[in-house]
Design a protein around this ligand. Structure first.
Ligand SMILES: Nc1ncnc2c1ncn2[C@@H]1O[C@H](COP(=O)(O)OP(=O)(O)OP(=O)(O)O)[C@@H](O)[C@H]1O
Ligand SMILES: [Mg+2]
Length: 407
């Protein structure tokens, strides 16, 4: 049987993400349950309202790992408790700074909380679970978009220099207190500096886990509609840029063939088109389909059926795919996006830029299919200057306005 690759942190980590309501929680639980049935010790973590896990797993789940069935545990993250226990010192200090600047106390605490705090906290929970050990795999259901992933790069932004300064500040607290009235801003206490440093350490550990493709995989969940597939593309791009391996996309709630009612004819046609577009856009990332069940997905038996649809005979903890479809080269005033597109041929392809996306029109057996490729933010202010197909790789070059053509 395939076993997760053991490295720095040997715990296989699977993170489900996708737009609201697409089926992240259902697929997280289905994945974890199938893995537990195969004999792995698995923990599923969610930060959704408690009843979601309760509905799916048919048991009340608390903020500590709760046993569901043999080999399967679930944990319901309580964001308030996490903040109180671990990050309160930092938040309180930041709030004090805002208050000193005349911001109302309640608003100061609101402003002081990190954006995307809940998904971010659940990502950080991975570090705790990894440190404590005891599980072979953890499935995280919580990240509603790729946004929280950006926080992983905080440690690089706060460079080692700032780290040294923070440490130095810790040593100089007494002196800083003396000038505090002059600064009109409260000086951070030793505890605040220490809490900042340990948060940086945790972020670094988290990045170590999530950017190791042998350990962590991001899985994208969408429904066969343009909005959720569009969101899936953007997350795929963001994750790729941050060095996080996406190993599978799951399109959930696909109308099954036995639905013959003419009422759903248009729905089926649209779904087929979106599925074809998704397959072209995400190639060679494997895409699995899960049917829309005849009733709401609830309870262990339905979760097992859902896992059967998604994984067939495969081990759900397998790394289904490795590799990034995008690479980016940058130079003075230009950027080149290289996109692996083995499905393209020169004759049948047209490249166009529409807003912050690149549209590739491709001729396929099901007619013309459009692939949308989100552009990296660095290309927003540039113009598309050239697109060439070289050995199955599309090279798309962007240049700042006013820069001459050619390299
Ligand atoms: N394939 C399916 N067939 C039928 N019902 C489904 C299917 N997948 C999910 N559901 C139902 O759709 C609803 C949303 O699913 P789920 O809670 O897993 O989505 P989510 O992405 O976690 O949502 P949120 O963003 O609110 O956390 C639930 O009621 C669930 O039972
Ligand atoms: Mg959910």
């Amino acid at each position: 049987m395939w076993r997760p690759h053991l490295s720095l942190c040997g715990m296989r980590t699977i993170v489900y993400t996708g737009k609201g309501g697409t089926g992240k929680s259902a697929l997280s639980c289905a994945t974890a349950l199938r893995a537990a049935d195969l004999g792995y010790d698995v923990l599923v973590i969610s930060s959704d309202p408690a009843h979601t896990l309760m509905d799916l797993l048919e048991l009340k789940v608390g903020p500590e790992p709760t046993k569901i069935v043999n080999h399967l545990w679930a944990l319901q993250l309580d964001p308030l408790r996490e903040v109180r226990e671990k990050y309160w010192v930092i938040q309180e200090y930041v709030a004090k700074v805002f208050k000193a600047r005349g911001v109302d106390e309640t608003i100061a605490y609101e402003v002081a909380s990190l954006p995307n705090m809940t998904p971010f906290l659940s990502l950080l929970k991975l570090v705790d679970v990894a440190k404590e050990g005891g599980f072979e795999a953890v499935v995280l259901d919580t990240v509603p978009s790729g946004e929280a992933l950006k926080n992983l790069y905080l440690p690089s932004l706060v460079s080692s220099l700032s780290r040294k300064l923070l440490k130095l500040a810790g040593g100089l607290m007494g002196a800083v207190k003396v000038v505090e009235p002059l600064l009109k801003v409260p000086a951070p206490s030793k505890e605040v500096v220490e809490a900042d440093l340990s948060l940086l350490d945790e972020l670094e550990a988290l990045r170590g886990i999530l950017t190791n493709p042998d350990v962590a995989s991001l899985r994208l969940v969408a429904n066969p509609d343009s909005f959720s597939i569009g969101n899936m593309r953007r997350t795929y791009m963001t994750a790729s840029l941050y060095g996080i391996n996406t190993d599978l996309a799951i399109i959930n709630k696909v109308l099954p063939p036995e639905v013959k009612d003419p009422y759903f004819k248009e729905w089926r046609k649209a779904q087929e088109r979106y599925l074809a577009e998704a397959e072209a856009s995400f190639h060679p990332l494997p895409i699995r389909r899960v049917r829309l069940f005849s009733s709401e997905l609830k309870g262990l038996e339905m979760l097992r059926r859902c896992a059967e649809e998604a994984f067939g005979g495969d081990d759900p903890l397998k790394v289904f795919h490795r590799g990034s479809p995008f690479t980016i080269e940058r130079g003075g005033g230009w950027l080149e996006l290289k996109i692996s597109t083995p499905f393209l041929n020169k004759e049948g392809c047209e490249v166009e830029r529409v807003g912050d996306e690149l549209t590739l029109k491709v001729d396929t057996d099901v007619g013309e299919v459009r692939c949308f490729i989100p552009l990296p933010a660095a290309a927003y202010a540039m113009k598309l200057s050239r697109a060439r197909l070289i050995g199955g790789v599309l090279h798309v070059r962007f240049e700042e306005e006013g820069l001459g053509g050619g390299r």
